[in-house]
Design a protein around this ligand. Structure first.
Ligand code: SIN
Ligand code: NI
Length: 259
């Protein structure tokens, strides 16, 4: 398959640790995905994992369901979407890209809290960095309803301590005295059909949702083929026989695109 991103976009991502891609999906695709995600969020059993309303303060940050693709074939079509997977492959520079997981990330209206500054990679059971997320809103997003913000170049800070998203530490305390402490974040409003990618090491955050509708987002997490398991418990690997320091592979982490 020919490249879907320009070299300029790839260079921007490598330098800044994030990328905004306009018109990555058509309006019809986003509407179809939104209706699948509404269904997936309502299902109460299956293999996906939903944090509940009873989970108080974290629910106010994110109403989150992990691995919707394992229950809902429509979600599977989007979590494995060929064009988005291809973009992830090109940004990663790897020879192949695998799905790690998807999650619905809804920020509920009225009582929501911001998503604090954090890196994703410390939560993932991987030895090598390089995994990245596509963040796809079902509607326009801006500062009023919780769009994303990124600290450019912060993926070069390396792996820090994982932040508790419900009772957050200040990530900038971990980089005191470095160039990352004071670097100005970039706020990225998006039009429906557009998406962002961010490296698992990039500092990112989102404001609270001050609109009167849920902020509905699908995030897809991709990892370079050959990424190895670090042996730590994670809900995507729990109950499976993955061996420490061996590659994450197989049907739960399918290979989606190859160079
Ligand atoms: C959010 O959707 O508010 C946060 C997404 C992320 O942390 O990747
Ligand atoms: Ni994150």
């Amino acid at each position: 398959m020919a490249n879907v991103l320009t070299q300029e976009q790839i260079d921007f991502y490598r330098q800044n640790g994030f990328l905004h891609v306009e018109n990555a999906l058509t309006e019809d695709e986003v509407d179809e995905l939104a209706s699948y995600m509404d269904e997936a969020m309502e299902e109460t059993d299956g293999k996906s994992v939903h944090n509940s309303r009873n989970n108080g303060s974290y629910y106010r940050v994110l109403n989150q369901k992990v691995n919707t693709w394992r229950d809902h074939a429509g979600m599977g079509r989007y979590a494995t979407h060929p064009r988005i997977s291809r973009m992830a492959l090109e940004l990663s520079g790897a020879n192949g890209i695998r799905l790690f997981h998807d999650h619905a990330l809804w920020k509920m209206p009225q009582d929501s809290k911001p998503t604090p500054w954090h890196q994703d990679f410390p939560y993932w059971p991987m030895n090598e960095s390089g995994a990245l997320s596509a963040w796809i809103p079902m509607h326009d997003v801006d500062e009023h309803n919780g769009c994303m913000m990124f600290v450019p170049g912060s993926h070069k800070a390396g792996k820090l301590t994982g932040i508790n998203l419900a009772e957050p530490e200040n990530i900038f305390d971990f980089v005191k005295g470095t160039e990352f402490e004071t670097r100005k974040p970039v706020i990225v409003p998006l039009k429906k059909g557009s998406l962002t990618f961010h490296n698992g090491l990039t500092f990112h955050a989102a404001g609270s949702n001050m609109s009167d509708a849920p902020r509905r987002v699908l995030a897809i997490i991709f990892m370079p083929d050959g990424t190895t398991y670090n042996g730590k418990p994670h809900l995507c690997t729990n109950g499976q026989n993955f061996v420490e320091n061996e590659p994450l592979h197989g049907g739960l982490f399918p290979l989606l695109a190859k160079a």
